[in-house]
Design a protein around this ligand. Structure first.
Ligand code: SAM
Length: 379
């Protein structure tokens, strides 16, 4: 971050795995033109809501929100306190469809014209910020993802949306003060399809981890809302995510594996030959697909840099039994293969060690991680 945070001149920067983009406004504030990409449409919608140009449009957005809400029914949740098996109750789902129609009508927009940066799009995406209030869900054993179903709460979507709109406006106004020169744009794209001629002056990224966490599942309530207000089926990208859990016995070919750095190939061999259950049928294909996907994606990201363009990556090595899987080596290998000079000794910025409590049993497994900062330059 510091690599670009202090620069005076405006730069065209790319974050190809932006996630929710929480750190990007810092770069926009100092004047950069930041492009955020992610394969997950929920992540992209969240980044879009951080656009600084929405500040100017706030008065118009507030007015259109009032008018849209006035067109929506007042709903009373039936059966408050009852257990609902679905992600949303029928009433909330119907209300969200009504809200979407109202937004389109009030702003005079056709659904196919919900363009990036428009008032209509901000209003359509706002319910995402209230997803945890609008859905019913319960935490799973694995605290980072959630399951469908939970107690019906006495949610009033009009109140929830007004509150979230106020919080969002407050976020924008405190994040961007004064005259912001920078820009933030976002799009849904697989990093493996980036073109070599993009000529970014800088890239920064934190790629997916090989920890078998399903990012789409972690954002499941948001996915349901996005489907209802945006008509987007998030599950359709699942198999294209780097680090997807959909393995089905598929393994990349030998040529693709052969391009990976030696330490990665050795780690893959150890994982495959382990006697533990599913080592060869699930874990090996998972890590092999992950490594090849990441290698190809990072190669394309590096080639999207202009000559002398600089980059920084934050990468985590995550464990599979006794192997601390060398993801940083995959990234470094891909950067070098794509013509980048990588800093001589990348630095470990943190060792993460945590404990997981599962049904009374405390274990360290899966939680010892090593985080690297890797800087590089296109030559
Ligand atoms: C570790 S997260 C990024 C976190 C982010 N830097 C933040 O601060 O929120 C990795 C992201 O990569 C995305 N991703 C996975 N596969 C991808 C692909 N093939 N192309 C682009 N993005 C992908 C995931 O959806 C996820 O949001």
């Amino acid at each position: 971050m510091a690599l670009f945070a202090g620069t005076e001149a405006t730069k065209r920067l790319l974050d190809p795995f932006s996630g929710l983009g929480s750190l990007l406004p810092r770069l926009v504030r100092v004047g950069h033109e930041v492009r955020a990409l992610d394969i997950n449409p929920i992540a992209v919608a969240f980044v879009e809501l951080r656009r600084p140009d929405y500040i100017r449009q706030l008065p118009e957005i507030r007015k259109a929100l009032e008018a849209s809400l006035a067109r929506c029914s007042d709903i009373v949740q039936h059966g408050v306190g009852r257990f609902e098996q679905a992600w949303v109750t029928a009433e909330i789902a119907e209300w969200l469809r009504e809200y979407r129609e109202a937004v389109l009508r009030v702003t005079g927009t056709r659904s196919e014209d919900l363009t990036e940066g428009s008032v209509a799009r901000a209003l359509a995406f706002l319910p995402l910020l209230a997803a945890r209030e609008l859905t019913t869900f319960s935490a799973s054993d694995n605290a980072s993802w959630v399951k469908a179903g939970g107690l019906v709460r006495p949610t009033d979507p009009k109140v929830a949306l007004k509150r979230i709109a106020t919080a969002w406006a407050g976020y924008l106004e405190t994040t961007y003060t004064g005259n912001v020169r920078g820009t933030l744009t976002a799009a849904c794209q697989d990093a493996r399809t980036l073109k070599a001629d993009e000529e970014y002056e800088g890239v920064l990224f934190s790629p997916p981890y090989a920890n078998r966490l399903d990012y789409l599942r972690m954002l499941a309530p948001e996915a349901v809302i996005l489907q209802l207000v945006g008509g987007v089926d998030v599950r359709s990208v699942e198999r294209h995510v780097v680090g997807t859990n959909i393995v089905r016995g598929s393994v990349p070919d030998k040529i693709a594996i052969g391009r990976l750095p030696r330490s990665v190939r050795e780690a893959l061999r150890t994982i495959r030959s382990d006697a533990a259950k599913a080592s060869a049928t699930y874990y090996y294909p998972f890590f092999a697909n992950y490594s090849v996907g990441l290698f190809n994606a990072v190669g394309n990201v590096a080639r999207a840099l202009a000559k002398s363009g600089k980059g920084i990556a934050f990468v985590r090595d995550t464990p599979r039994k006794d192997v601390l899987f060398p993801t940083a080596d995959t990234v470094i290998g891909a950067l070098r293969a794509a013509g980048c000079r990588v800093q001589a000794r990348p630095t470990v910025v943190r060792h993460h060690i945590g404990m997981r409590r599962k049904r009374g049993h405390v274990s360290l497994q899966g939680l010892a991680q090593r985080e690297w900062r890797i800087s590089f330059e296109r030559i």
